[in-house]
Design a protein around this ligand. Structure first.
Ligand code: TXA
Ligand code: MG
Length: 316
């Protein structure tokens, strides 16, 4: 059931149920982070391997110290600039956070959503919410309530509808190792903006064997249709026998029917491209195409996160 009733959502969460909630990045599959039952249900509903930890969401920075052991100076600065917002900080966890949530890691991922509905919900709850993106494991993240209903509708009692997500890509995940700031996942806060606050950062290439972030598997965000990165005109010309869909940054592809094309931002805005990417990929995935070919966008600002998702969608 889809609705906008915050009290109902809060009531279900208090009863250790798992519901879907909007955030400005993507929709989350949320449960009481302090309840082993709720956390276990999240892993089951999402079909997510238990070695892949969950982000813990809260409403106010004042609530963070209870969840972590210490907060580095850089984390305070980043929080001042980007929280609430599409930033997640990896911090040493306190005893309040169970190993179930962090998959045994000594660090917990903390995020303060900026979406007014998520913020209000977290504010009225006496516990934080563990929430991964509300998609089946490995598939494209949902950016509308309907996306969640399409795939998990029969598995959650309630989907809180906060409209389409304005950022459209997951949060940027940042942590600290020996005084160095590390970006583990490119996302809704551009790397350049983080560097403007804390100086140069190290961007970790994702890998399925990265013990720092076991969930950042290379193949992810994947549509069901075969997906490649390349030159759309060329790939379409090479496969005259196939129904090919295309993703371009701002221009149309002349050889391909317009309905099989996703043009991310005709005006050339990387923020708009990020916002429209996942919904567009889902749409193309539902058209019965044989192949989707995407061109990369400029490697700057949110374009870096867009390209990261395109590459992962294309990974084997
Ligand atoms: O924007 C977002 O971050 C969304 C919204 C719902 O908040 N959430 C989200 O969650 O994208 P999820 O679970 O789909 O992706 C979180 C990523 C995973 O790759 C996970 O492995 C990593 O964060 N992660 C979570 N906790 C971690 C931890 N303690 N240490 C290392 N990586 C962690
Ligand atoms: Mg996810």
């Amino acid at each position: 059931m889809i609705g906008t009733d915050l009290q109902k959502a809060a009531q279900l969460l208090a009863e250790e149920a798992v519901i879907a909630m909007p955030t400005e990045t993507v929709y989350g599959l949320a449960g009481n982070a302090f309840s082993p039952k709720a956390v276990t249900t999240i892993f089951q509903v999402k079909n997510r391997p238990s070695f892949d930890p969950l982000i813990v969401h809260t409403s106010h920075w004042e609530r963070v110290p209870a969840l972590v052991r210490r907060i580095p100076e850089e984390a305070v600065l980043l929080a001042q600039h980007f929280m609430p917002g599409p930033l997640t900080l990896l911090l040493d966890k306190s005893a309040a956070i169970s190993d179930l949530v962090t998959a045994g890691s000594p660090r917990v991922a903390i995020r303060l959503p900026r979406h007014p509905m998520a913020h209000r919900l977290l504010e009225i709850l006496p516990f934080p919410l563990a929430a991964p993106s509300a998609n089946p494991f490995g598939y494209i993240s949902p950016t509308t309530a309907q996306h969640v209903a399409d795939q998990l509708g029969d598995k959650v009692p309630y989907i809180l509808d906060g409209g389409p997500c304005v950022v459209g890509l997951e949060s940027t995940i940042v942590g600290f190792e020996k005084g160095q700031t590390i970006v583990y996942r490119k996302g809704g806060v551009a790397v350049e903006r983080i560097e403007a606050i804390v100086g140069s950062v190290q961007v970790r290439p994702h890998s399925s064997s990265n013990p720092q972030a076991p969930g950042m598997l290379k193949s992810h965000y994947a549509p069901s249709v075969r997906f490649v990165i390349g030159n759309p005109e060329q790939v379409a010309a090479n496969h005259p026998d196939l129904k090919v869909g295309t993703i371009t940054f701002r221009r149309p592809v002349s050889e391909v029917p317009r309905i099989y094309q996703l043009i991310l931002s005709p005006s050339g805005s990387l923020d708009e491209a990020a916002q429209r990417l996942f919904a567009g990929m889902r749409h193309l995935d539902g058209l019965g195409l044989d192949l989707i070919v995407a061109e990369l966008v400029p490697e700057q600002g949110l374009g870096r996160a867009v390209n990261d998702r395109l590459r992962r969608a294309a990974a084997e």
